[in-house]
Design a protein around this ligand. Structure first.
Ligand code: GLU
Length: 429
């Protein structure tokens, strides 16, 4: 039996990230003509752990939190992937994110499989001390699954270098000595890599620039819209600004700001450091306030969703007015929206290619941590650019060869590499 050849089923209106990930996988698996054994093997996560754990809150009460760690695949190496703290986390979301990590690492040709973790919590509602206790207990609970040789966590939505430092310290306390290679994305003074914090955002723009070069399109004074102003979005906006683009709109979870002449991104970033909000910035600088859904529909050259999943859906894809959608977030576009964008000739640079810069520099960090030998930031950035450009070219030539869109070709390339590793390793026992 081979992978199902029936048309891809229509998604229910309430699409989950996992439905998106599985639909994307099914489309690519069908093109690859996987055997049913291989198809089933790669479609399911290898292992999943759910943990429920108590945390003492500052007021003395004990609250029980739920967390997950999922290993999707380890055929190409130890599993790699971030940890997300968000109230919306559930097992299916973590499964989807873990699967995307497998393909992402394979496309960038990193010697890693895919994993993801998450805790159902709104980190903004916790004090720093509560967040530290939650992180230390969650780390302890998932210790059976993580190790520097087996599974290496990193930051994702709602976590940051400080959280990675607590994970590293907790794991090290259990071992009795420092184990810096247990996480990536840690602060530089405990073995983090120069350039890791900026890596995802920079990587997005390296890929976008390479796409423009490849198509012979002019890269001057392009208008850029960025959804999300966290670890990824703020650096994307900064890098686009430095590359000479006009960043005309940015947003965070509460909404966005818009100025068709371009926003002074360095000034905005400085302003936000002082505990101000985007709305405060709009007030002092006279730019317009817009909603997140209005932002996605602004006329622009490049739209960069850099927040959460399921942002461009069948409901709004026909109103996207960008020439290029470059996915900084994981899973921002549903399969139905993909079809609409392809039909309308919007170039989508898919997440598993476009936002791989984070995990690429995570790989560099892991290598440095294992060797206790550190690289200059300029070295890190040059190597990052080389990997991102190479990945884009590989995905693009596959797309040309097979006459498919970039998402499908990225999936085909990534899945094929995992299939090859699985075949050559053979089936145990
Ligand atoms: N959370 C990031 C991602 O989704 C980075 C993962 C990593 O560095 O391991 O790609």
């Amino acid at each position: 039996m081979v992978a199902p050849s029936s048309p891809v089923p229509n998604l229910a209106p309430q699409e989950s990230a996992y439905t998106t990930a599985l639909t994307q996988y099914d489309r690519a698996a069908q093109i690859l003509g996987l055997s049913s054994g291989m198809y089933e093997t790669l479609r399911k996560p290898r292992r999943e752990l759910t943990v429920n754990f108590p945390v003492k809150m500052d007021n003395g009460e004990v609250r029980v939190f739920t967390g997950y760690r999922v290993h999707h695949n380890t055929a190409r190496g130890p599993s790699k992937g971030g940890i997300r703290y968000a109230p919306t986390v559930d097992l299916d979301e973590v499964r989807a994110l873990a699967m995307w990590m497998t393909w992402k690492c394979a496309i960038a040709d990193l010697p890693f499989g895919g994993a993801k973790g998450g805790v159902v919590v709104d980190p903004k509602q916790l004090s720093l001390a509560e967040l530290e206790r939650l992180t230390r207990r969650y780390t302890t609970e998932i210790t059976p699954l993580i190790s520097p040789e087996g599974d290496i966590p990193a930051p994702d939505v709602g976590t940051n270098p400080q959280v990675m430092a607590w994970i590293m310290d907790t794991y090290s306390m259990h071992r009795g000595y420092s184990v810096p290679a247990i996480v990536t994305g840690k602060p530089i003074n405990i073995g983090g890599s120069a350039g890791r914090f900026e890596a995802t955002g920079r990587g997005v723009m390296f890929v976008v620039r390479e796409a423009y070069r490849t198509f012979g399109w002019n890269f001057d004074n392009l208008s850029v819209v960025v959804q999300g102003f966290g670890n990824v979005g703020s650096i994307v906006a900064q890098t686009a600004y430095e590359m000479g683009c006009r960043v005309i709109a940015v947003s965070d979870i509460k909404g966005g700001i818009y100025n068709p002449n371009g926003i002074d991104i360095p000034r905005l970033r400085l302003f936000l450091r002082e505990e101000h909000t985007l709305a405060d910035f709009a007030r002092i600088s006279g730019v317009d306030v817009i909603t997140n859904s209005e932002l996605l529909e602004l006329p622009c050259d490049i739209l960069i969703p850099a927040a959460m999943e399921n942002q461009i859906t069948a409901a709004n894809a026909s109103r996207v007015r960008a020439r290029v959608v470059a996915e900084g977030a994981n899973g921002p576009t549903t399969p139905e929206a993909d079809d609409i964008l392809i039909e309308r000739n919007v170039l989508v640079i898919p997440d598993i290619l476009c936002n791989a810069g984070g995990v690429v520099v995570s790989y560099f960090e892991w290598v440095q941590s294992l060797q206790q030998l550190f690289w200059e930031e300029s070295d890190v950035m040059q190597r990052l650019e080389r990997v991102m450009v190479r990945s884009f070219r590989n995905v693009y030539s596959e797309a040309l060869r097979m006459d498919i869109d970039l998402r499908t070709s990225a999936l085909v390339l990534g899945i094929r590499r995992v299939v090859e590793a699985t075949r050559v390793r053979g089936l145990y026992p």
